[in-house]
Ligand binder design. Structure first.
Ligand code: FMN
Length: 193
């Protein structure tokens, strides 16, 4: 059973990306994955600052690294701000990728990233569904030695996409998210052998 981590780059209560992360996590569970749905709001992580880091890496950054490291496969659901991913997502990745000097586990750079299989989704109220955020997230994650799934999905008009139970209203949207789940789990299983 593949351990899959799912998280969204928004902490907004009514976030479309959080809704998409929840709906996708449900699909992944139904597909047999052992899913962890991480809410970034549950972590107390400040804006990255190297002076702060030199004093001590925040405890929740270590927790974040441990959660990421424990999952060979991830699905990241990215909002789009100004044609790119959010500061929250960048800050989360920056802290997670920053080596902890002298630490027995986390002193090597890229440790929670190298070799991870990552599926990418985005959601936006706009027609393009936040697609441009993914075009920026792809090279960032490749640079961190992740395997990026070519199958990706940008959910446009996201405000109309979910019913009151948080389920996909459209079969096409559900199948598109499922295709990302399927490829992520398939690739993670292939890489694990
Ligand atoms: C500063 C800012 C910039 C934005 N830029 C874009 C954009 O370039 N493309 C887009 O589709 N939506 C853009 N939006 C709208 C977001 O897609 C929208 O706020 C969305 O609900 C954010 O994701 P969330 O619902 O998961 O929080 C922007 C929103 C903000 C606050």
């Amino acid at each position: 059973m593949t351990k899959l981590l799912v998280f969204a780059g928004s902490t907004r209560q009514q976030s479309f990306n959080r809704q998409l992360a929840h709906a996708t996590a449900k699909l992944a569970s139904a597909s047999g994955a052992d899913v962890t749905l991480l809410e970034l709001s549950s972590l107390d992580i400040p804006m990255y600052n190297a002076d702060l880091e030199a004093e001590a890496t925040p405890a929740d950054v270590i927790k974040l690294k441990e959660i990421m490291d424990a999952h060979p496969a991830w699905i990241i659901v990215s909002p789009e701000y100004n044609g790119s991913y959010t500061a929250l997502l960048k800050n989360t990745i920056d802290w997670a990728s920053s080596p902890v000097k002298g630490h027995p586990v986390w002193s090597s750079s890229n440790k929670p990233f190298t070799g991870k299989v990552v599926g990418l989704l985005s959601a936006s109220p706009g027609a393009l569904g936040g697609l441009r955020s993914l075009s920026h997230l792809n090279p960032l994650l490749q640079n961190l030695q992740c395997w990026i799934c070519p199958q990706q999905f940008a959910l446009g008009r996201a405000g109309e996409a979910f019913d009151e139970q948080g389920e996909f209203k459209s079969d096409f949207h559900r199948k598109s998210a499922q295709a990302v789940v399927d490829q992520t789990l398939w690739a993670a299983a292939r890489l694990a052998t």
